[in-house]
Design a protein around this ligand. Structure first.
Ligand SMILES: *Cc1c(COP(=O)(O)O)cnc(C)c1O
Length: 394
């Protein structure tokens, strides 16, 4: 079909989309309606942790679709129980509630913290979050986010989210009052431009929150599930948070998220939390396949090695072209361009012939790389060669 023949006019406008319709994908490659292929370093926005249409995930979905899709969230099902067990075995957390997105997992974390504050901290409800953070697109998670402009789009905001500066412990301490119940942060700010919280800052935060009896909540929707080279990014700083949220990579493309907490924070009572699709066996079966593959012997070592390989290549390019270096962890990295040419590069990369390249400029002065965790070094080399040829045309 030609692009003009697709019924796109009935879709609600939410953003400027290029005139491409993607039809299929495999691993690191996506194919459009004209048969052109694209090397994909966006992967559904760091979502397809195992690449497009991973065999294990497709098999799990197919099997489960034939067996049981949704018995109701008020009943147990096997994939839900098995995935929760796998997550608690491989993390410092004891309890899991499944959601359908990252925003919903964060909404759950906010509710859990407020309930915990009601029960144990005299009704304290304020959650300190950070400038340039991103926690989702519901009204409460937009209010928690520190994205410039988001405080006014759908005003009034949900109150109770004072903002501190990342990697500045004094800015957090200053905001603590008797109303404070928690501190919530992304261990690596993703949408903000791949800005890691330092190991020292994470440790200071853990100490400070312990001292004031506050919950430490990590939003690992983007940094979790192998993306940072460890199963969860909090492991990099050697601390244990009280609450964690996951989504994106946990389903390798399907809508699945999770809210995890330590035993002492498990305060929901019957009716406090739920949702029609939450923990359905179709999505949790996919999640089980994903987490099983990520925790298979050697897999995360491979992610670390490929992350290091990408880091080296980006640093070489940066030195060669006079850019400002790179930052990130594992396979969530940014090349710092030093000037606002990110969007121009993204556009040219997509239009390249014969193969296109899908990149993202999280900010105009940088490129963000979030390939499949099983991307090969050959594909990284291919991406770098394509990027060089684009830079030559600027
Ligand atoms: C993407 C993202 C979210 C929102 O997840 P959705 O599944 O899009 O609702 C929340 N937090 C972080 C850190 C994210 O990167």
């Amino acid at each position: 079909m030609n692009f003009n023949e697709y019924p796109i006019d009935s879709l609600m406008y939410i953003t400027n989309r290029p005139e491409i319709v993607f039809t299929h994908g495999k691993g690191s490659w996506l194919y459009d309606n004209t048969g052109k292929r694209y090397l994909d370093f966006i992967q559904g926005w760091a979502v397809n942790s195992l690449g497009h249409c991973n065999d294990g995930v497709v098999e799990a979905l197919t099997q489960q679709a034939r067996t049981l899709i949704n018995p109701s969230p008020a009943f147990y099902n096997e994939p839900m129980a098995k995935l929760a067990q796998l997550l608690t075995q491989h993390s410092c957390f004891d309890k899991v509630f499944f959601t359908n997105s990252g925003a919903e997992a964060n909404e759950g974390a906010i509710k859990l913290a407020r309930k915990w504050g009601k029960k144990f901290k005299g009704g304290a409800y304020e959650i300190i979050t950070f400038d340039h953070s991103f926690h989702g697109r519901t009204i409460a998670t937009m209010s928690a986010s520190g994205k410039p402009g988001w405080d006014t789009i759908y005003a009034p905001q949900v109150p109770g989210f004072p903002k501190a500066d990342l990697n500045d412990i004094a800015s957090v301490e200053k905001l603590i009052t008797d109303k404070t119940v928690a501190v919530m942060l992304e261990p690596i700010q993703g949408e903000g431009g791949v800005i890691p919280a330092s190991r020292e800052f994470m440790q200071q935060l853990r100490e400070l929150t312990k001292k004031h009896n506050l919950l430490l909540i990590v939003d690992e929707v983007q940094s979790g599930c192998g993306r940072a080279g460890t199963l969860f990014a909090y492991e990099l700083s050697g601390i244990e948070p009280d609450v964690m949220t996951l989504a994106k990579g946990i389903g390798s493309g399907v809508p699945l998220g999770a809210l995890l907490c330590k035993k002492h924070v498990e305060v929901f009572e019957a009716g406090d939390q739920g949702g029609t699709y939450n923990g359905n066996p179709l999505m949790t079966a996919a999640g089980y396949s994903v987490i099983s593959q990520l925790t298979a012997p050697g897999f995360l070592d491979g992610v670390k090695a490929r992350g290091e390989y990408l880091r080296t290549k980006l640093l070489e390019l940066s030195a060669e072209r006079g850019f400002e270096g790179e930052r990130g962890e594992g396979l969530l990295r940014a090349l710092l361009l030093g000037k606002d040419i990110g969007n121009q590069i993204v556009e040219k990369a997509r239009l390249m012939q014969p193969d296109g390249l899908l990149l993202n400029a999280a900010r105009p002065n940088l490129l963000r790389f979030m390939p499949a965790l099983n991307v090969t070094t050959e594909e990284i080399d291919q991406m770098m060669a394509m990027l060089r040829s684009i830079l030559d045309t600027l």
